[in-house]
Structure formats: C-alpha cells, structure tokens
Ligand binder design. Structure first.
Ligand SMILES: O=C(O)[C@H](O)COP(=O)(O)O
Length: 305
C-alpha cells in the first residue's frame, strides 16, 4: 500500500495505479488516522505538512520509501530514515524554474510599482508620475546556490543584474565574478536579497535584527524558501522604521499566519501562500519523478504491483 497524505498532481496517481494506493490530500491534518494508515504502508508520499518523524516511522514498520513532492526536507527526520534504510525520493531541481520565475517576476513588478499602478488605473486614475526603477545594473544577493539559487542567478544575469552569491557549501561551483566574500558583504552590497537555503539550526532566523542592520534602507528581501529563515518581528520593526524598501514573502513562520498579521498591514510587504514553486509544469514533473522513484524503490525491494 502506498499512502499519499497531501495533494499530488493526477499524473502521479496514474503512474502509481498498478499499486494499491490510499490517497487523501487532507490526511496530514488528521495525525491519529495517518498513524493508523501507515501501519500497512510500504511507501508514503508527502508534501511539506506531514511530519515524517520517529513517531510516524514507529507506526509504519513496513515503510520502504518516502517520496517528497517538493525539495524542502525540514519535515523529514533524515537521520531516522537513514537508520531505517528507507529510500527518500526528492525531485531536486524540479521546481527551480517556478521559483526563479517568481523571484525575478515579482522583483521587477515591485521595483516598477506595477501592482499599485494597475490598481490606481482600474480605480479611474491616470497616474504617470510614479517612476519605477530598472533592475539592470542593480545587485541581487542570492543566499544559497543549489538548483534554485542557480536558476535565479542565470535569469538575473540575462537581465543584466549584477549577481552576488553566498553558499559556503558550494563555493567552488560559484563563478568567481558572482562570489561574495562573505554573507555580511552580500547583505551590505545588495539592492535585493533572495533566500534559497534549507531550514536547519544554522539558517533559523538568519534574517534577524543584526543581519537586517547590515542591509541598505532601499533593499528588498524576497523569501521563497522557508518562513523560519526570517525573524518576522525583527523584519516588521525594520520595515516600520523605513529602514528597508520592502519584503516579498511567499513563506511564513506560521502557515497560514495567525490573524491579525502585522506584516499584512504594510503596503510594501507582498504576501503569497507558499506558491512560488507551484506551477502546472513543476507539479507534473515532481509527481512523475516521485512516482518513478517510489516505484523503483518498491520493485527493488521485491514488491510487485
Ligand atoms: O519545498 C518545496 O519544494 C516547496 O516549498 C514546495 O513545497 P510543497 O510542495 O510541499 O508545497
């Protein structure tokens, strides 16, 4: 039995249809039932809401493979999975284009004030005095140089944006002209900063009062990675002191954020519901890759459809 506890593109269900599948896109919300369901599971397929931890693995003694319909792994206890010898299927890079297009698209729209102008114009105004800025010759600081950071850098270069990258785990892969001497310098030099690192103990609240103080007052922060990378209270303080141009946040410390949401009241903060990586194309590619990976893992373990 393959248990799928969060939403998957239909192509994934089709590809897995030769195996018995239990699919409930809301199952992650009912933990007790999920723990019962995994008792007979050979494989589990999740997005970012299902905590695949020691407790779940205890309840799923037969699990051979875990498929992740995305690339962030902070909801998976990787060490526990490794100890059990469970195959972890991750479609690395499959939503990099989606995220990179979101980052560059929203950056241009923000710097040209296009959301405000489109609203004003529909309201009957003809306001031609709100001059936007070009992104050409500005500096984009990219934190993290995995598949997504690389996709952002390539597109930024095509737009004649100066690219600065910091990723101590991939220094040799970063072209010399893109390398930032330190994270502090990247923060200080960038007109726009975009985060593409995983959430872990080192990256939790990496954007905080101290690091925000290094940034220029006209800097824009874009976070499409994980909400917990940003100390939202510190960000709110910085924004309300007019010490930052704005923030584009696709991910939040709590999802959905609790109401009232102080950040939502600020006009220079744009919020989207964790969709930067979600396009028709990325979801299809991800489902195909995870279905193929889970199938291979099950066949290898002698589980025939
Ligand atoms: O980790 C990811 O790839 C993105 O945050 C999307 O996550 P999701 O597919 O679990 O929604």
């Amino acid at each position: 039995m393959i248990v799928i506890s969060e939403v998957i593109h239909p192509v994934g269900l089709e590809l897995l249809s030769s195996f018995p599948v239990y699919y409930d896109p809301d199952l992650y919300q009912r933990r007790a039932e999920l723990l019962e369901r995994v008792a007979t599971a050979d494989a589990l397929i999740v997005r970012n809401h299902t905590a695949v931890d020691a407790e779940l693995l205890r309840h799923g003694p037969h699990i051979l493979a875990v498929g992740r319909l995305g690339v962030g792994l902070n909801n998976l206890d990787i060490e526990a999975l490794r100890q059990r010898g469970i195959a972890v299927i991750v479609p690395y890079g499959a939503n990099a284009t989606a995220v990179a297009e979101y980052v560059l698209g929203s950056l241009i729209i923000f710097r040209r004030h296009l959301m405000t102008l489109a609203r004003h114009t529909k309201e009957g105004h003809w306001k031609r005095d709100m001059k936007g800025n070009e992104v050409k010759a500005t500096t984009l600081g990219i934190v993290g140089f995995g598949a997504t950071g690389q996709a952002v850098a390539q597109r930024a270069q095509a737009l004649h944006i100066r690219v600065k990258v910091h990723d101590p785990t991939k220094t040799q892969m970063i072209p010399q002209t893109w390398r930032s001497t330190s994270l502090e310098n990247l923060y200080a030099e960038s007109d726009h900063i975009t985060l593409h690192v995983p959430l872990n103990t080192q990256t939790f609240h990496m954007i905080n009062t101290q690091t925000l103080s290094l940034m220029r007052p006209d800097a824009l922060i874009i976070n499409t990675a994980r909400g917990e990378l940003v100390d939202e209270q510190a960000l709110w303080r910085r924004l309300t002191q007019n010490q930052l141009a704005g923030a584009i946040l696709d991910v939040r410390e709590h999802e959905p954020p609790s109401v009232p949401d102080p950040l939502a009241t600020l006009p220079n903060v744009w919020l989207t519901p964790h969709i930067a990586g979600l396009t028709a194309q990325s979801q299809q590619t991800i489902a195909e890759a995870v279905a193929a990976g889970v199938t291979t893992a099950l066949l290898k373990a002698g589980k025939t459809p």
